[in-house]
Design a protein around this ligand. Structure first.
Ligand code: SF4
Ligand code: SF4
Length: 453
């Protein structure tokens, strides 16, 4: 039987076989990479998505035969290093993903290669591990004097140059500030509203805060709380949260992902079984619980219960709207908003719920940009990848700067820029080179502002 071109069926995902010793068999992994790279060579649809595909195609074109046998297998690592596991090639481009018989999973084969690389150890392992310890870094850097020192040093050029040399963090990359007013210690307690379940939405919410909102920008969490309160939705903040594990996954450090999941899952699963929707204000963390952890633990009932309860905040608000339970008493117009959909939200397959919500607000024109910003978690701040991260983001920077309704319809700078991923928002602000300085506002903060909260 010949395989047909493309697939009409919805993509499915195989579990990640990370506990099988064969998963770490480098030869078998390279055989699979060779098979996949050969298919990509004949397809090339993904050339504009990230650095992995151009790197692969350049290697193929420079080889003597012009085919996959002309590429030195050692160079496969160059393709792996450029992948930051955004999942976009799998979910938006590739016609050969399962159930197609070619059974092609580019990102999870990259993940397997990264897991092998992590076990071997790499020259940047210390830097990579330190950057991915987001909760530990947050706890340390939120101690008052430490926070002020770290934040001050991050603005001093000479200190950043030393940081680049010693730690491998690019001296020009945007890095977040740390707060001393940690969200989980300062979050307002929910008012005692009655639980109103809708046909599509649950009537109570558990907030998984995320490391970023907890230690870096607690204001986003407070704005989420304000929006929930305004809509009379009772909530709890999940206690004793560990990191979701995405920064560890991106390194291929799957043992650490598993340890973090072990800490988080029992608590989250108990809330799921009590009837809470669980939401996180950062799409990468949502995706971890919706997709990657359930694929790593396909037979774990806790992982599956959390997957079923996990929602993106705006996915939830739109379900509430359809249930007739979302207030629309907006008080403030937002003007011209350039809004970026992050990759880890796109691949959740929930549609453009943030855009739909912002478009409900009177006097608000949304310019939606659906393309990778290049930030990609900790990847874009690393010395060796930052320039590539800026290059990947260039079309986004351009489109965000060209709001069609600005300047009386002539087009130009927006009033505000937003991304569901706040790190991407700041990366875009940097890439817009002065056109959006100080204009980044998370969509949850925009919604709170529109309600007049
Ligand atoms: S997962 Fe993202 S970064 Fe990795 S190869 Fe696919 S598109 Fe590129
Ligand atoms: S991942 Fe799929 S769509 Fe992308 S280049 Fe390879 S075969 Fe083509």
């Amino acid at each position: 039987m010949t395989a047909r071109e493309g697939s009409l069926e919805a993509p499915t995902r195989h579990p990640i076989d990370w506990q099988n010793p064969e998963f770490y068999n480098e030869e078998a992994c390279f055989d699979e990479l060779e098979r996949i790279f050969d298919i990509c060579h004949g397809c090339r649809r993904c050339v504009s998505l990230c650095g992995s595909f151009p790197t692969l195609f350049d290697l193929l074109d420079a080889g003597e035969s012009g085919e996959i046998d002309g590429v030195d297998k050692k160079d496969y690592w160059k393709v792996v290093d450029q992948c930051y596991l955004c999942d976009v090639c799998y979910l938006t481009k590739c016609p050969y993903v399962p159930p197609h018989p070619w059974n092609l999973d580019f990102p999870h084969t990259m993940l397997r290669a990264k897991a092998i690389q992590f076990k071997h150890g790499s020259p940047t392992k210390f830097r990579d591990t330190t950057l991915s310890n987001t909760a530990a870094n947050g706890k340390l850097a939120s101690i008052p004097v430490v926070a002020q020192t770290v934040n001050a040093l991050s603005k001093v050029k000479a200190a950043r140059a030393i940081g680049e040399k010693v730690m491998g963090v690019h001296k020009d990359a945007w890095v977040p500030e740390f707060t001393t007013k940690v969200f989980e210690k300062n979050a307002k307690v929910s008012a005692g509203f009655p639980v109103k379940n809708g046909d599509r939405s649950k009537g109570k919410v558990a907030i998984y805060t995320t490391c970023y909102v907890n230690w870096n920008e607690p204001g986003i969490g407070h704005d989420l709380v304000k929006v929930l309160q305004h809509n009379e939705i009772p909530y709890v903040v999940v206690e004793k949260q560990a990191c979701c594990g995405m920064p560890k996954l991106e390194l291929g450090d799957l043992d650490s992902v598993a340890s973090l999941a072990k800490e988080n899952l029992p608590r989250l699963a108990a809330l799921a079984r009590e009837g809470y929707s669980i939401m996180t204000p950062i799409p990468s963390c949502t995706l971890m619980f919706k997709q990657e952890i359930p694929l790593m633990f396909p037979n774990d009932p806790d992982a599956q219960a959390v997957k079923a309860a996990m929602v993106d905040p705006f996915e939830y608000f739109q379900l509430r709207r359809k249930d007739g339970l979302l207030k629309t008493d907006f008080k403030e117009e937002l003007g011209n908003v350039s809004y970026h959909i992050s990759c880890h939200l796109r691949v959740q397959n929930v549609g453009q719920k943030t855009r739909e919500t912002l478009e409900m607000i009177p006097g608000t024109a949304v310019n939606t940009v659906e393309r990778c910003s290049g930030h990609a978690g900790t990847w874009g701040v690393k010395k060796e990848f930052h320039e590539m991260a800026m290059k990947i983001g260039r079309p986004v920077f351009r489109q965000m700067a060209e709001h069609p309704k600005a300047n009386g319809g002539q087009g130009g700078d927006p009033d505000v820029i937003a991304s569901d991923c706040q790190l991407a928002g700041h990366h875009i602000e940097q890439g817009m080179a002065g056109k959006a300085d100080g204009k980044v506002e998370h969509p949850l903060s925009l919604l709170a502002r529109a309600y007049g909260l």
